[in-house]
Design a protein around this ligand. Structure first.
Ligand code: ZN
Length: 228
Protein backbone atom coordinates (compact mmCIF):
# COMPACT_ATOMS: atom_id res chain seq x y z
CA UNK A 1 0.00 0.00 0.00
CA UNK A 2 1.44 3.36 -1.06
CA UNK A 3 0.47 6.69 0.45
CA UNK A 4 0.09 9.96 -1.40
CA UNK A 5 -1.90 13.19 -1.29
CA UNK A 6 -4.49 14.87 -3.47
CA UNK A 7 -4.74 18.65 -3.56
CA UNK A 8 -8.29 19.84 -3.97
CA UNK A 9 -8.80 23.60 -3.76
CA UNK A 10 -7.35 24.72 -0.43
CA UNK A 11 -7.25 21.26 1.02
CA UNK A 12 -4.76 18.45 0.89
CA UNK A 13 -6.35 15.05 1.36
CA UNK A 14 -4.25 12.01 2.22
CA UNK A 15 -4.74 9.14 -0.19
CA UNK A 16 -4.13 5.48 0.44
CA UNK A 17 -3.32 3.51 -2.66
CA UNK A 18 -4.60 -0.05 -2.59
CA UNK A 19 -3.80 -2.38 -5.49
CA UNK A 20 -6.37 -5.14 -5.77
CA UNK A 21 -5.65 -8.08 -8.12
CA UNK A 22 -9.38 -8.79 -8.44
CA UNK A 23 -10.56 -5.28 -9.27
CA UNK A 24 -11.38 -4.50 -12.88
CA UNK A 25 -11.33 -0.71 -12.71
CA UNK A 26 -9.99 2.18 -10.68
CA UNK A 27 -12.25 3.27 -7.87
CA UNK A 28 -12.05 6.06 -5.35
CA UNK A 29 -13.71 6.13 -1.96
CA UNK A 30 -13.77 9.04 0.45
CA UNK A 31 -13.79 8.29 4.16
CA UNK A 32 -15.31 11.40 5.72
CA UNK A 33 -14.55 10.16 9.20
CA UNK A 34 -10.82 9.89 8.59
CA UNK A 35 -10.85 12.65 5.96
CA UNK A 36 -8.89 10.47 3.57
CA UNK A 37 -9.23 8.91 0.14
CA UNK A 38 -8.85 5.25 -0.63
CA UNK A 39 -7.93 4.43 -4.21
CA UNK A 40 -8.36 0.85 -5.40
CA UNK A 41 -6.48 -0.08 -8.55
CA UNK A 42 -6.53 -3.17 -10.76
CA UNK A 43 -3.21 -4.88 -11.56
CA UNK A 44 -0.84 -3.16 -14.00
CA UNK A 45 -2.27 0.32 -13.52
CA UNK A 46 0.24 2.97 -14.57
CA UNK A 47 0.97 6.17 -12.70
CA UNK A 48 -0.34 8.26 -15.58
CA UNK A 49 -3.63 6.31 -15.56
CA UNK A 50 -3.96 7.05 -11.84
CA UNK A 51 -3.19 10.73 -12.41
CA UNK A 52 -5.79 11.03 -15.16
CA UNK A 53 -8.35 9.17 -13.05
CA UNK A 54 -7.80 11.42 -10.04
CA UNK A 55 -8.13 14.46 -12.29
CA UNK A 56 -11.50 13.19 -13.55
CA UNK A 57 -12.61 12.62 -9.94
CA UNK A 58 -11.93 16.22 -8.85
CA UNK A 59 -15.53 17.50 -9.27
CA UNK A 60 -16.83 14.49 -7.35
CA UNK A 61 -14.22 15.00 -4.65
CA UNK A 62 -15.12 18.67 -4.32
CA UNK A 63 -18.75 17.75 -3.75
CA UNK A 64 -17.72 15.16 -1.14
CA UNK A 65 -15.53 17.66 0.70
CA UNK A 66 -18.39 20.15 0.89
CA UNK A 67 -20.31 17.66 2.98
CA UNK A 68 -17.53 17.44 5.55
CA UNK A 69 -16.51 20.35 7.72
CA UNK A 70 -13.04 21.59 6.81
CA UNK A 71 -11.61 20.98 10.20
CA UNK A 72 -11.90 18.35 12.84
CA UNK A 73 -14.10 18.11 15.91
CA UNK A 74 -11.38 19.65 18.08
CA UNK A 75 -11.21 23.41 17.62
CA UNK A 76 -9.10 26.22 19.15
CA UNK A 77 -10.83 27.80 22.13
CA UNK A 78 -12.44 24.54 23.20
CA UNK A 79 -11.60 22.52 26.27
CA UNK A 80 -11.14 18.78 26.30
CA UNK A 81 -10.83 16.36 29.17
CA UNK A 82 -7.94 13.91 28.76
CA UNK A 83 -7.35 11.31 31.48
CA UNK A 84 -9.36 13.51 33.83
CA UNK A 85 -7.34 16.67 33.19
CA UNK A 86 -8.83 19.62 31.36
CA UNK A 87 -6.73 20.80 28.40
CA UNK A 88 -7.28 24.06 26.57
CA UNK A 89 -7.14 23.87 22.76
CA UNK A 90 -5.11 26.83 21.50
CA UNK A 91 -4.09 27.97 18.04
CA UNK A 92 -0.32 28.00 17.58
CA UNK A 93 0.67 29.48 14.21
CA UNK A 94 4.27 28.28 14.57
CA UNK A 95 3.38 24.61 14.65
CA UNK A 96 2.89 22.23 11.75
CA UNK A 97 1.29 19.39 13.75
CA UNK A 98 -0.87 19.36 16.89
CA UNK A 99 1.04 18.79 20.13
CA UNK A 100 0.05 18.29 23.72
CA UNK A 101 1.82 20.15 26.52
CA UNK A 102 1.11 18.45 29.84
CA UNK A 103 2.73 21.21 31.92
CA UNK A 104 0.60 24.06 30.60
CA UNK A 105 -2.34 21.70 29.95
CA UNK A 106 -2.64 22.93 26.39
CA UNK A 107 -3.37 21.16 23.13
CA UNK A 108 -1.49 23.28 20.58
CA UNK A 109 -3.17 23.35 17.20
CA UNK A 110 -1.47 24.54 14.02
CA UNK A 111 -3.36 26.72 11.51
CA UNK A 112 -4.13 23.61 9.42
CA UNK A 113 -4.62 20.15 10.77
CA UNK A 114 -6.79 17.13 10.18
CA UNK A 115 -8.79 14.91 12.46
CA UNK A 116 -6.11 12.28 11.96
CA UNK A 117 -3.36 14.65 13.19
CA UNK A 118 -5.27 15.14 16.44
CA UNK A 119 -6.02 11.41 16.73
CA UNK A 120 -2.28 10.70 16.38
CA UNK A 121 -1.61 12.91 19.41
CA UNK A 122 -4.42 11.29 21.40
CA UNK A 123 -3.19 7.79 20.54
CA UNK A 124 0.24 8.62 21.97
CA UNK A 125 -1.39 10.01 25.11
CA UNK A 126 -3.45 6.81 25.31
CA UNK A 127 -0.27 4.69 25.14
CA UNK A 128 1.29 6.61 28.04
CA UNK A 129 -1.86 6.56 30.12
CA UNK A 130 -3.60 3.24 29.44
CA UNK A 131 -0.66 0.85 29.31
CA UNK A 132 0.43 1.47 32.94
CA UNK A 133 -3.20 0.93 34.03
CA UNK A 134 -3.29 -2.37 32.15
CA UNK A 135 0.12 -3.42 33.47
CA UNK A 136 -0.99 -2.77 37.02
CA UNK A 137 -4.09 -4.96 36.53
CA UNK A 138 -1.92 -7.71 34.98
CA UNK A 139 0.48 -7.60 37.93
CA UNK A 140 -2.37 -7.91 40.43
CA UNK A 141 -3.78 -10.88 38.51
CA UNK A 142 -0.35 -12.47 37.97
CA UNK A 143 -1.02 -12.52 34.20
CA UNK A 144 1.12 -11.74 31.20
CA UNK A 145 0.21 -10.74 27.67
CA UNK A 146 1.97 -11.05 24.32
CA UNK A 147 0.92 -7.71 22.94
CA UNK A 148 -1.15 -4.62 23.63
CA UNK A 149 -2.46 -2.37 20.88
CA UNK A 150 -4.14 1.00 21.05
CA UNK A 151 -6.93 1.09 18.50
CA UNK A 152 -9.06 3.65 16.78
CA UNK A 153 -12.47 2.09 16.73
CA UNK A 154 -15.94 3.40 17.37
CA UNK A 155 -17.46 0.05 18.25
CA UNK A 156 -15.73 -1.22 21.37
CA UNK A 157 -13.66 -0.10 24.34
CA UNK A 158 -11.35 -3.04 24.47
CA UNK A 159 -10.84 -6.66 23.56
CA UNK A 160 -8.83 -9.63 24.68
CA UNK A 161 -7.95 -12.54 22.42
CA UNK A 162 -7.15 -16.15 23.22
CA UNK A 163 -3.67 -15.42 21.84
CA UNK A 164 -3.15 -13.12 24.83
CA UNK A 165 -3.31 -9.85 22.99
CA UNK A 166 -5.27 -6.97 24.42
CA UNK A 167 -6.58 -4.01 22.43
CA UNK A 168 -7.72 -0.78 24.00
CA UNK A 169 -9.63 2.07 22.40
CA UNK A 170 -7.69 5.35 22.64
CA UNK A 171 -11.00 7.13 23.34
CA UNK A 172 -10.79 5.77 26.89
CA UNK A 173 -8.56 8.77 27.67
CA UNK A 174 -11.66 10.91 27.14
CA UNK A 175 -13.43 9.08 29.98
CA UNK A 176 -12.77 9.62 33.70
CA UNK A 177 -9.56 7.79 34.72
CA UNK A 178 -11.43 5.32 36.94
CA UNK A 179 -13.60 4.29 33.97
CA UNK A 180 -10.51 3.76 31.78
CA UNK A 181 -8.98 1.73 34.60
CA UNK A 182 -12.12 -0.42 34.82
CA UNK A 183 -11.88 -1.28 31.10
CA UNK A 184 -8.20 -2.24 31.51
CA UNK A 185 -9.14 -4.48 34.44
CA UNK A 186 -12.07 -5.95 32.47
CA UNK A 187 -9.82 -6.97 29.57
CA UNK A 188 -7.07 -8.27 31.87
CA UNK A 189 -9.60 -10.48 33.71
CA UNK A 190 -10.55 -12.01 30.35
CA UNK A 191 -7.14 -13.70 30.39
CA UNK A 192 -8.53 -15.84 33.22
CA UNK A 193 -12.21 -15.96 32.24
CA UNK A 194 -12.83 -15.77 28.49
CA UNK A 195 -16.51 -14.96 29.06
CA UNK A 196 -18.79 -12.73 31.11
CA UNK A 197 -19.67 -15.39 33.67
CA UNK A 198 -20.40 -14.87 37.35
CA UNK A 199 -16.78 -15.75 38.12
CA UNK A 200 -15.59 -13.18 35.62
CA UNK A 201 -17.57 -10.37 37.27
CA UNK A 202 -16.57 -11.55 40.75
CA UNK A 203 -12.89 -11.17 39.79
CA UNK A 204 -13.53 -7.77 38.18
CA UNK A 205 -15.33 -6.72 41.37
CA UNK A 206 -12.34 -7.70 43.52
CA UNK A 207 -10.02 -5.43 41.56
CA UNK A 208 -12.57 -2.73 40.87
CA UNK A 209 -15.35 -2.64 43.49
CA UNK A 210 -17.33 0.16 41.80
CA UNK A 211 -17.26 -1.42 38.32
CA UNK A 212 -21.05 -1.26 38.05
CA UNK A 213 -21.10 2.53 38.12
CA UNK A 214 -18.25 2.64 35.54
CA UNK A 215 -20.21 0.35 33.21
CA UNK A 216 -23.19 2.63 33.65
CA UNK A 217 -21.05 5.66 32.88
CA UNK A 218 -19.89 4.08 29.62
CA UNK A 219 -23.45 3.17 28.67
CA UNK A 220 -24.63 6.73 29.24
CA UNK A 221 -21.64 8.63 27.83
CA UNK A 222 -19.93 6.14 25.52
CA UNK A 223 -21.60 7.26 22.29
CA UNK A 224 -20.53 10.86 22.90
CA UNK A 225 -16.89 9.79 23.25
CA UNK A 226 -17.10 7.67 20.11
CA UNK A 227 -18.10 10.76 18.14
CA UNK A 228 -14.96 12.78 19.03
ZN1 ZN B 1 -15.64 -8.44 28.16
Amino acid sequence: MKAMEVVCGERTIPLTYKPNPRSKRLSLRFSSKEAKLILTTPPFTTDSQIKAFLQRCKPWLESQLKKVPESCSIQPGEHISLYGTIFKCALDPLRRKPALCKITQTLHLPPRYTQKDVYDVFKKVAMDFLIPLLESALRTLGQEIKKVTIRDTTSRWGSCSARKTISLNWRLILAPPEVAEYVCIHEAVHLIHMNHSKDFWATVGKLCPSYKSHRKWLKTNGQRLMRV
